[in-house]
Design a binder for this molecule. Sequence first.
Ligand SMILES: [Fe+2]
Length: 274
Amino acid sequence: MPLVFACSASHTPGITAWPEAAPKKQRDAVLGAFNKLKEGLKDSGAEVLVVIAPEHFANFFLNNMPAFCIGVGTQHMGPVEPWLNIERKSISGDSAFANTLLQGCYDEGFEISFSNELDFDHGVVLPINFLIPDGRIPIVPIIFNALCDPMPSPKRCFEFGRVIREVADKNEKKVAIIGTGGLSHWPGEAEHGIINERFDKQFLHDIIQNDVDILLNYSHDKISSSGTGGHEIRSWIAVAGAATMWKPELLTYQAINAWATGCGFVSYHCPNNF
Ligand SMILES: [Fe+2]
């Protein structure tokens, strides 16, 4: 079956950890976007959800930092943060599809890492808590490095998304994909709290225009202007690579000071549906 659903979403922990800190209007916009994504995922009939999320020093550290690592286990755990206001629990993985995807990546020149034991933080758990609250769809997590140099380039991330799409299109199951993270933020930095709205809006414009040349040429320095956390948008570029020729729709953008993050949400529409 072909890929049936694609989206990108911010995962700032304030969404569940300190929701009341944000103005109601902004909070409702974020929750409304997650609800639309949940409904879209449900309507797509997806049987497995690939989650591309950045490392936050939950699984990998400076002694071993893979560019990409796919979780091939049948069960995962998360979140690691007891303060996230999301119950820690076992999360079903799709080991069969994960291994198919892993082999497909090797076949296409992506010798990514793999793990049977991943412990998720908010980067994975927060979005799936909204998208699949009943846990009825197993996930295939892909953790990537957006923490320390060198990071996989936008070109490499886009190409990685294309490979995921190719493997998905050949698979029997209906596959969905989500990229999580961003937009601009400086977590744990002196600049914490700054939101680069100009960058965020330009990036969202480029995503919505689906302009591949522009997306591929986002430089490391340019992304750095959106903060240390801004590098997480590489997951969005991977999704753009998976959903080439689909029509992206901006659900909402909110620069939420209380959550110290520019929060964006984009859903992609399959050509057959628009
Ligand atoms: Fe993050």
